[in-house]
Design a protein around this ligand. Structure first.
Ligand code: DQA
Length: 144
């Protein structure tokens, strides 16, 4: 069974209450359930390892830990760190498996500072604006 590592950055633990007009009304754990059930409905038997942290160094360590594991891909929403974190970018550059960077919102329809996706330079694929379906679409993109 293919395993994918799904990493979420700061403030995504507060999905549901955080700017619902932008990020929707589902909590992160509801999005996790939604993702797994949509994939199952489509006959995809995958293992998803979900991780969330508000702390840059913990995200770096999680990315480093994937080097010793047999993941098919890393799916990462670095959230606010997407625009600023050289450390997360450097950690992603170490990784040999495909990286998909996802954003729930369409960052290009938002403030200018969100248009610079520093970490996305290390990704093979980026997806932005798919809302609660972002993670299921990212897994599908690696499984089709
Ligand atoms: C986000 C977009 C980022 O600009 C923002 O800082 C986030 C969430 C998204 O999923 O749309 O925290 O990554």
């Amino acid at each position: 069974m293919n395993k994918h590592c799904i990493i979420n950055g700061p403030n995504l633990n507060l999905l549901g209450q955080r700017e619902p007009e932008i990020y929707g009304s589902m909590t992160l754990s509801e999005i996790q359930k939604h993702t797994e059930s949509e994939l199952k409905k489509r006959g995809l038997d995958v293992k998803l390892d979900w991780f969330q942290s508000n702390i840059e160094g913990e995200i770096v360590e999680k990315i480093q830990s994937t080097l010793e594991q047999n993941y098919k891909s890393i799916i990462i929403n670095p959230a606010g760190y997407s625009h600023t974190s050289v450390a997360i970018y450097d950690a992603l550059k170490l990784v040999k498996i495909p990286i998909v960077e996802v954003h729930l919102s369409n960052v290009y329809a938002r403030e200018d500072f969100r248009h610079n996706l520093l970490t996305a330079r290390a990704a093979r694929t980026i997806m932005s604006g798919l809302g609660k379906n972002a993670y299921a679409m990212a897994v599908l993109s690696q499984e089709l």
